[in-house]
Ligand binder design. Sequence first.
Ligand code: PPS
Length: 291
Amino acid sequence: MVLRSETGEVEGVTLTKSICSIWDQVWNFQARPDDLLIATYAKAGTTWTQETVDMIQQNGDVEKCRRATIAKRHPFLDLPPAKAPVPHKSLSQTMPSPRTIKTHLPVQLVPPSFWKQNCKVIYVARNAKDNLVSYYHFHRMNKALPDPGTWEEFIEKFMTGKVLWGSWYDHVKGWWKAKDKHRILYLFYEDMKENPEQEIQKILKFLEKDVNQEVLNKIVHNTSFEIMKENPMANYTREFQAIMDHSISPFMRKGAVGDWKNHFTVAQNKKFDEDYKKKMADTSLVFRTEL
Ligand code: PPS
């Protein structure tokens, strides 16, 4: 029986208690100049981006990308240590460069050494409604996360930002602002879905890599939802078996834009939109909620 995480706060941002308890270690993490950080709000397309980046780094070699699970290929900076496949301290210190590291931290909580070392960051954002739906189902299936309550209750928690990794609104806005100061490639889940080749090209350019058309086609194919859903090295079925129950809701659930329409009632949607307008009034960021 797995106990659902208790939560704490770091600078007003909700994190698991276990991460709060080792916050000094996270904050003092020593980045290296050639580290690549993949940053997202949880459920915004992290794994998809990780697989894409790895395919690029391995020049489209599918076998090499299947050398280990995605969680082992790319250490997760802010995963509670007890649940990490390798202890937090060693997770990236022993890893040879260049490292690709995953985080869900809001920009203000990213360890300062990443900025000091001028590391590249790929940030992926997903529209709030689909992000929320995905997060809700993930809370249902991942018994290490706090209990989501009912759908109605979870919408409220999401709107007030009292969910793990804090407010979605502050997260996407904070990173959006930061991109003008740091080496950040800001991508959107919806664009990746609409035109994966074009978004992969953006990543290639950002990473200063070049691949031929044949390799590019291979990357597009192998990072599609349908292929990744069946890939045990990317779909989270190989580890975390004690905490993730894919029979409740698979990690690779729908991989779609607009699934929120199957969840929100008309009243919930109206309330959400009104609140959204207020929270997003101070940003130039625009999201698409359908394609
Ligand atoms: S996590 O736990 O935060 O790392 O989750 P994350 O990977 O960010 O998000 C999981 C959602 O991304 C979907 N996904 C994809 N969509 C489209 N194409 C591909 N290749 C892909 N891979 C993962 C996954 O299905 C989750 O979204 P939902 O809406 O729940 O299906």
